[in-house]
Design a protein around this ligand. Sequence first.
Ligand code: ATP
Ligand code: ZN
Length: 715
Amino acid sequence: MFSLSSTVQPQVTVPLSHLINAFHSPKNTSISVSVSASQNHHRDVVPDHEATGNEPVLNLRDLGLSELKIGQIDQLVDSLLPGFCKGKSISSHWHTSHVSAQSFFENKYGYLDMFSTLRSSCLYRQHSRTLKSICSDLQCWPVFIQSRGFKTLKSRTRRLQSTSERLTETQHITPSFVKGFLLRDRGSDVESLDKLMKTKNIPEAHQDAFKTGFAEGFLKAQALTQKTNDSLRRTRLILFVLLLFGIYGLLKNPFLSVRFRTTTGLDSAVDPVQMKNVTFEHVKGVEEAKQELQEVVEFLKNPQKFTVLGGKLPKGILLVGPPGTGKTLLARAVAGEADVPFYYASGSEFDEMFVGVGASRIRNLFREAKANAPCVIFIDELDSVGGKRIESPMHPYSRQTINQLLAEMDGFKPNEGVIIIGATNFPEALDNALIRPGRFDMQVTVPRPDVKGRTEILKWYLNKIKFDQSVDPEIIARGTVGFSGAELENLVNQAALKAAVDGKEMVTMKELEFSKDKILMGPERRSVEIDNKNKTITAYHESGHAIIAYYTKDAMPINKATIMPRGPTLGHVSLLPENDRWNETRSQLLAQMDVSMGGRVAEELIFGTDHITTGASSDFDNATKIAKRMVTKFGMSEKLGVMTYSDTGKLSPETQSAIEQEIRILLRDSYERAKHILKTHAKEHKNLAEALLTYETLDAKEIQIVLEGKKLEVR
Ligand SMILES: Nc1ncnc2c1ncn2[C@@H]1O[C@H](COP(=O)(O)OP(=O)(O)OP(=O)(O)O)[C@@H](O)[C@H]1O
Ligand SMILES: [Zn+2]
């Protein structure tokens, strides 16, 4: 019975350490019944393994059996100690019930179960210490672990580790066994030197030299390993530094950083700037606005002067005007003149999707500003934060932000020294609560500069570049009606770039005119191939406009005529008002219509009715617009009287047809006047067209020379 159980036992597959414990530890009870049975044997035969410490220790190498295969050990024991193997009878009993092999184990694994055979054998009982020693030297002791899947190096290491852990936990395992077990892979290195010397038959006299060489090689290999380790360490360090840089770069990325700031609400936008270098001197053409802001500067410079008299200054100033007219520049100049810190914030910065972020930024901004009073807070694009409070799914928390702004503005006294300047292009979009007295109660308009302002601005920016003395900023200013300060700055800059590209040393009128046309009408299209016929038509068309402008009393003076294609046009004539026109007379409006008609009239007179082109459509648009406004807005039609007709669609059919009739008469008369002038000045018309075909572009002086019948200097 007992031996049977031991024969069956290997079907329970347990790790080697457990088996070892089963051999050596009488305390171990965690294994199967059959194993504890074998413990009893162990106790009977070897009561105290310490006591047998003097027994000679044999190992496989000593016996010259290190090459022995595991499956052969049983046979070896059988042949060496046949008298002790009584267990054979038991296995023969088992043998009768199984035809294929002697045991389940053998059937399953294909070789004999060493342990059970050994344990049941006399060899084990009588020479247990020797066997232990043999075990310690066995480098490939079978470890029965049922595992599925791939065996990786990692799993092998883990298995080794877990095995060794369990081994060290057990006090009854001899240190040499553990050592031998753990070092079983490394032992081969030590062996190989001896083996090598033996196999190479190195004479004893040379053995020392051989060993020295071996050691040197070993040391070199170690140095190489060290080098590899060093370079690995260096690579790791470089990778780590690169990673740090990468993370830093990501945080610096505008999109990410904005998101970061947004989500954390950390961005306080409260770094003040000292604006010493910007003063009112830098802002041109907005004299009225500067005068109004002068008193704010005085207050910031000397608040006591105002408080003594009990006067209150506005807390908030609203700068209203089109984009690029210098609102930001003015606010900076206020801070610069007063020499106080300038806090810049853009309204859109407060416009956040996240709850309370906008409000908290406003709180931070005002807290910082109050701590550094006197100072200026400038909120650009105020309409995006202070727009009318509407319930919008896009900006669910905008109310919170504007409420916070209102609360902050109420939260400090008028003479505390903090001036808030807001800027907007759409004052009508602002929330009413924001523009009531006590908040943004002072409004300063910053309009587009007039011709004088434009001249000043042009001069200011021209002084920053190299320009020819022949440049007359006023001429450019006259031709840039409606330009803002920013657009004029851009004009000068583009002229400087053009001069640089053309390899010129200075900017001349030519470059300035060029960049003006580019801004007004788009870039030149030099690459467009225009055939001679079309060029001729364009030349006569444009000189038709020019002739009418030249010979009509109230028309604007001509500035330039060109047949160079630019933007959507094949050519154009530019006229310059002497001054900005605040209003226009009837005769001026009629003259503008006549000039517009000049193009088509010229085509008709020169090429015949059948050859008129589509090129006059924008001229007619222009003329019709003027005529319509004269009739419906300016009360300039005798038939319809001094009355405005705003929504012509709602008018009676009679009135509508009367208006149309009047407009048609105005246009027809204009056409006839133009025809008369061109017929009268047919010679000049021809000369000018030919000059345009030759020179492509003519300025005012050149046009005058041609029309006076003089010869143009060859360019
Ligand atoms: N009146 C001016 N005098 C001198 N430079 C000007 C003037 N107006 C505008 N500029 C130039 O144009 C730039 C842009 O102007 P600024 O930002 O002040 O305009 P803004 O009215 O605040 O425009 P936005 O409404 O778009 O914010 C200025 O930095 C300045 O270089
Ligand atoms: Zn035209």
